[in-house]
Write a protein that binds this ligand. Structure first.
Ligand code: T68
Length: 822
């Protein structure tokens, strides 16, 4: 922790009275609203403006300090930042939440109501985007000089509704509501080029006849917890370069002149809604290049302002982290600037790139690894394609040749350009290989995943460069995911282990370990359980409002919230629920606790089976929830439009956390960490970070089941026929037959065919194989629930053991092993 931590930091000098004054000033002078006519929405905006003022002031001071210290900065390049609502979190981080509460109360309004008026910016798909947001929080909290760079999408991830149980998407025009957080910075705008061709003049490559797009930066202040450091998240918006052309208006070509503008604006228009699956569209490639080119130009300009034109120190001052391969075009872009604009020779340019760049891999799914047709890159970015060829030539003929002399087969395997398998096929650029070759470090996101990156994804690279592939296990910010979303639990922890400067678990999460001493303490257990119960009551009200379903806070709240993907296996959860329902129908007096199964998930709009799974869950929910015979022993809730704001309400209320991916498929998971931190017990496979969670909490305090990575590999090797499992497990057979029968969707009897076919025709994700073990694990959950002292002991141990999974620890790992900053 750096030395400039002080007990008093700037914002905390604001007391409730001064805050109330500022709120009134903004209401009247910034928003033009009379006090009498102001409602919670206006109060939200006014308070946000107060916080924004503070943030801007602190951003300025942070930049000055960094300029003076000439420290190395890290630039986190990510197409997604899933930040969630900002006001409450900023109040917490700045240490003025209580004061704001009091100020609002004095003005006759309730802060909690006010906070509900913020739209949740959904500038990301899932884990990868949320990780970027947690990392920004930790970078500021740890006083590390950092910028986040991304896109200011006009439309974030689509909004989800259900019609007849099916997912229906609508656009998320989040900026149509007021958003005081982003501040336009015209002084820092950038002009970037696309298309055109490359000529050679006086031995130099010239990229010409290009089209130009303007990039306008919007800065979002990122506050740290308990520090004056406020970093910047700079999001680029695309605009037409020439603006409005009046002459064409005179000639009656109004529409034409506008159309140029609309094309440019299209670039930052919409977030692609796929997670773990590339879009492969020209516009997506342009998005990638657009934000990368703006960001690289911006960081070079900053470097030059601070250090002059001398490139010798560049790599000492600049670290660039590529969040997956989405920004991989940054490698040839920096090469292009160094060679074509700064006259630096190829080999020197490449070594600068390799010192500066590092790359985080988030997936092993073969279909998720990005590849772009060489022809497309040549069309959109002709100079970059040439540079990729130069890098590839050097890599294959110098580096691969040195390692495996004369081995052309190896050159073909490792080439950044993949040759077509069939004649007439396309050559594809492997963005992951480009990222590995252009970086000094490549990391996976959990120990198991990073091991597989070494052994199965990039084994040859690991042999060539044994120190390049490393692990940095993911983490989550305890500020948002405990302190802010579960204030009662945060208070219990404070009251138990202290909060006096010496103990500060919000900044040093390992201190939660001290809670372990209370795991058996009946008084503590009682308080812990009461907090969970309160959270469940509050969440039940949310469910009532959103779904009109009554759920009892005394039931087990069993939650699976994450993107809908076959590898995450929501279908396994569904099959088991269907079986539970049938067990109850067979025996309505079964002595089982009440259970509520809660889902939240968006499916990529083009992902057929995923959408079928949503439809099926909703239909089963409808049937189960309306069947009086089972006496409320089972309820199924599918919350529409799952997003960060909902996660903050669900996670503190969960008893059971479903982390049930096919082993080897979930790179890490981060929801798993948030649940355990809030005292839910995990039922999960030995996949991703579940493995490390199990290590931390101990095998007795987690319900691990199912095939391991090695067993999955072995089974695939042996060959597997899902029909064998189907025919040998009567309960499983019955529920699959029920799904296939059309009974759950009489108006469209084949509605669930895609799911049934996927399960019985191959079952790539081994849902059926793991079914029985999963069902047995749930029986153990029920048995444990029946012994409350045991349950709460395990829950407390989970919260107490999550120290490792703070994103502060992840960021310190990056700073030490990758960025050379600590
Ligand atoms: C997730 N990946 C991993 N991808 O699935 C998850 N992909 O295991 C991990 O915990 C998390 O990253 C953080 O490391 C994603 O979320 C995407 O969202 C995505 C988006 C676009 C294209 C491909």
């Amino acid at each position: 922790m750096s030395a400039n931590k002080t007990e008093q930091y700037a914002a905390t000098t604001l007391d409730a009275d001064r805050l109330a004054q500022s709120i009134k000033r903004h209401l009247q002078q910034s928003l033009g609203v009379d006090l009498e006519e102001a409602g919670p929405a206006e109060y939200w905006e006014a308070l946000s403006l107060v916080v924004r003022e503070l943030g801007l002031d602190l951003i300025r001071k942070t930049r000055h300090k960094e300029r003076d210290e000439k420290a190395r900065r890290v630039y986190y390049l990510s197409l997604e930042f899933l930040v969630g609502r900002l006001l409450g979190n900023n109040l917490h981080n700045l240490g003025i939440y209580k004061q704001a509460e009091e100020a609002m109360a004095n003005l006759g309004v309730n802060l909690t109501d006010v906070l509900e008026h913020e739209t949740d910016p959904a500038l990301g798909n899932g884990g990868l985007g949320r990780l970027a947001a947690c990392f920004m929080d930790s970078l500021a909290t740890l006083d590390l000089p950092a910028f986040g760079y991304g896109i200011n999408y006009r439309f974030g991830l689509f909004k989800q509704d259900f019609a007849g149980g099916k997912q229906v998407e609508s656009p998320d025009g989040w900026r149509e509501e007021s958003c005081p957080w982003g501040i336009e910075r015209p002084k820092r705008k950038q002009l970037i080029k696309l298309y055109g061709r490359v000529s050679e003049r006086a031995g130099k490559a010239v990229w010409e006849d290009t089209q130009e797009i303007l990039g306008m930066p919007w800065d979002v202040p990122v506050t740290g917890y308990g520090t004056d450091t406020v970093n910047t998240l700079r999001l680029w918006e695309s605009r037409a370069a020439e603006g409005f052309d009046l002459s064409s208006f005179d000639e009656g070509r109004y529409q034409e002149s506008r159309s140029g503008e609309i094309q440019a604006e299209n670039v930052s228009q919409v977030l692609y809604p796929n997670d773990n699956h590339p879009a492969g569209k020209e516009l997506r490639l342009i998005q990638q290049y657009f934000f990368v080119a703006c960001s690289i130009a911006d960081l070079i300009a900053r470097y030059k302002r601070e250090n002059g034109d001398n490139w010798d120190d560049f790599a000492e001052k600049v670290a660039i982290q590529l969040n997956d391969t989405h920004p991989a075009i940054a490698v040839p872009e920096l090469m292009r600037i160094l060679m074509d604009e700064e006259d630096i020779v190829f080999s020197k340019a490449l070594s600068i790139c390799r010192e500066v760049f590092s790359y985080t891999n988030h997936t092993l799914l073969p279909e998720a690894l990005e590849k772009w047709p060489q022809n497309l890159i040549t069309k959109v970015l002709p100079r970059h394609m040439q540079i990729i060829h130069m890098i590839n030539y050097h890599f294959l003929h110098t580096e691969v040749e040195a390692q495996w002399p004369g081995d052309n087969n190896m050159k073909r395997r490792l080439s950044i350009i993949e040759e077509p398998e069939r004649p007439g096929g396309q050559q594809m650029v492997r963005m992951a290989y480009l990222s590995v070759v252009g970086s000094h470090k490549v990391n996976g996101v959990a120990a198991l995943h990073s091991g597989l990156v070494k052994t199965t994804l990039f084994p040859e690279f690991n042999e060539m460069w044994p120190d390049k592939l490393v692990n940095v296990t993911n983490g989550v910010t305890p500020r948002r995911w405990l302190d802010y979303c579960n204030p009662e639990l945060a208070k219990l922890i404070d009251d138990t282990i202290g909060n006096d400067g010496k103990v500060d678990w919000r900044r040093n999460l390992s201190q939660l370990d001290a809670i372990n001493a209370y795991a058996d303490d009946p008084a503590f257990q009682k308080k812990f359980a009461a907090i969970k119960h309160d959270n469940k009551i509050r969440f039940a009200a949310v469910v009532k409002e959103l779904c009109n379903i009554d759920i009892s806070p005394d039931a087990i709240f069993d939650v699976q919230i994450k993107r809908l993907h076959e590898y995450k296996r929501q279908q396994l959860n569904l099959l088991h629920i269907m079986a539970l329902y049938r067990r109850l129908l067979d025996n309505p007096d079964l002595d089982v606790p009440q259970r509520v199964f809660i889902f939240g998930a968006k499916a990529a709009p083009g992902y057929k089976v995923a959408k079928t799974i949503i439809h099926a869950i909703n239909r089963v929910a409808e049937r189960v929830n309306n069947d009086r015979r089972i006496k409320d022993k089972l309820k199924v809730v599918f919350l529409p439009n799952y997003r960060i704001t909902l996660a903050e309400k669900i996670i503190p209320a969960a008893d059971v956390s479903e982390q049930i991916s096919t082993a080897g498929f979930e790179a890490s998971g981060t929801g798993n960490m948030k649940f355990a931190l809030n005292g839910a017990l995990t039922v999960g496979t030995l996949d991703g970070a579940n493995v490390e969670i199990a290590e931390e909490v101990g095998d007795d305090n987690i319900f691990i089941y199912g095939l391991t990575v090695d067993e999955v590999a072995e089974l695939r090797h042996r060959g597997y026929n899902p029909k064998d499992v189907y025919n040998s497990n009567a309960e499983l057979k019955a529920v699959i037959d029920w799904l296939a029968s059309g009974d759950l969707c009489p108006e469209e009897p084949d509605a669930f065919r895609p799911l049934v076919d996927s399960l019985l025709g191959g079952d790539y994700f081994l849902t059926l194989v793991d079914y029985q073990a999963y069902s047995d694990a749930h029986d153990k959950i029920v048995a444990t629930w029946k012994k409350p002292e045991l349950w709460w002991k395990k829950a407390i141990i989970n919260t107490a053991s999550m120290g490792k999974f703070s994103s502060d620890r992840s960021i310190m790992d990056y700073a030490k092993t990758i960025w050379n900053m600590a």
